[in-house]
Ligand binder design. Sequence first.
Ligand code: F6R
Length: 234
Amino acid sequence: MKVIVTKNQQEAGVEGYQVFKEAVEKGAKVFGLATGSTPITTYEEIIKSDLDFSDCTSINLDEYVGISPDNDQSYQYFMNEHLFSKKPFKQSYLPNGLAEDPEAETVRYNQIIADNPIDLQLLGIGRNAHIGFNEPGTSFELETHVADLTDSTIEANSRFFEHVEDVPKQAYSMGIGSIMKSKQIIIEAFGAEKADAVAKMIEGPVTEDVPASILQQHPNVVVLLDEAAAAKLS
Ligand code: F6R
């Protein structure tokens, strides 16, 4: 794992953008994308740049179950706001939160990933070291599935909702089996509340109790941190 530590999330956005730029220069065409507060500065730098994704495909990690793409809490809405409306891709995929048959939706999404192997996957990390919505205890082999969110994730995500009861309890998530097939991965983490998860991911044992620890076994990972998130590394 290549670890880059920057002063703050703002500076990290420039580094994150650089990773995308280099991937584009090497011919990357398929990008795995994430939502949440973590990737926002990277998206801001991408938007400011002249990078062109009009010939590229994006595949997002996850989407809440039961939420319409027009709902301002949906991940589709987030991606439109923070990236797609300003940097359109030829094709952008997210799970359909309103799919009538969740099992069929996971099969559909796995086929999309199989048809479009991911060149660069961007990840955030949860305080419990989840990646996507692969919560502690999730099998490393799993592909897209419906995940039950843990109480800590629901609590963390409630900052985007008016009431904690409004936070969906389930999400479609790309599985770790699929994430590990990406050619390159960049995982970003900012803030002191991520420091424990970051230390376990990089220096702890590889275990399904720490989902992000599997990244130690991937051959091409950039870990992008601010000083606060790096504080517990030895
Ligand atoms: C989002 C995702 C999640 C987040 C993680 C961190 O698409 O897959 O794993 O990356 O929950 O969230 P933030 O960035 O809001 O701290």
